[in-house]
Design a protein around this ligand. Structure first.
Ligand SMILES: [Fe+2]
Ligand SMILES: [Fe+2]
Length: 237
């Protein structure tokens, strides 16, 4: 696989999970901003495109046992993976992080008004994601699974109420942009998840949880925007 400064970020991220991790660790937005080139994506991250290219070359040996090639796996396997791994994580993380936010705000909210800002953004993000995942699980994913099945057995599918899969996909992608923006606001309000000098253990744990929440969101949106959705559109065509 040869990449250069002009390669689209989504193309790099789709090439392997190890490549997606290189972009994630460098703070490059490859999920909602996947159509940008590597050069454009590096702007403002403090990491040069040449450095990323070097890390990508080194990353080919960093495959993990759980890495699957989602470009060729069955779509039903990918939707199941997203449900279990990412939707499952979001559902269990929201109450845990909300409780931590509440605890840290009670103890440090007076000296650190940014905690109340973080709590507001996180509450909004959590509510939006719960509603978003429900739409995927109730409507879009089952339709994609039926599409794949109908192709396998050679039986045509009835036209869905949303006409074409491109309609719910566009809606989900708009919601991904909104979620990505909220996560970015959380990162900014927390000074890039850097706890202040007087932070207690709970405060530090909170910032670690918020950082992980954003990283998981990036992988989750990447799997949908860059792999699942384009494959579903292709299948429908
Ligand atoms: Fe999702
Ligand atoms: Fe989604």
């Amino acid at each position: 696989m040869s990449f250069n400064n002009e390669t689209a970020l989504k193309e790099i991220a789709v090439s392997s999970p190890a490549a997606a991790r290189v972009l994630e660790e460098a703070g490059v937005d490859y999920c909602c901003g996947g159509n940008h080139s590597l050069e454009e994506g590096c702007a403002g991250t403090g990491v040069a495109a040449q450095e990323i290219l070097a890390r990508l070359r080194a990353s080919t040996e960093q495959a993990r046992p759980e890495d699957a090639d989602w470009r060729s796996a069955r779509l039903a396997k990918l939707t199941e993976h997203i449900r279990q791994k990412h939707h499952g994580y979001v559902r269990e993380a929201i109450p845990r992080v909300s409780a931590l936010l509440e605890k840290v705000k009670t103890k440090h909210g007076t000296n650190h008004p940014e905690i109340a800002t973080l709590e507001g953004h996180f509450q909004q993000l959590g509510q939006e994601m719960i509603a978003h995942m429900q739409k995927e699980e109730m409507i879009l994913f089952p339709y994609i699974e039926r599409l794949e099945q109908s192709k396998q057995i050679g039986a045509p599918l009835e036209r869905p109420f949303f006409q074409t899969v491109r309609n719910p996909i566009q809606m989900m992608m708009n919601e991904h942009d909104a979620a990505g923006n909220l996560a970015k606001q959380i990162r900014e309000a927390s000074s890039n998840y850097a706890p202040p000098a007087d932070a207690c253990a709970s405060y530090q744990r909170l910032y670690g949880e918020l950082r992980q929440f954003e990283a998981d969101l990036h992988t989750h949106v990447h799997l949908e925007n860059n792999i699942l959705f384009p494959r579903a559109v292709e299948l429908e065509n």
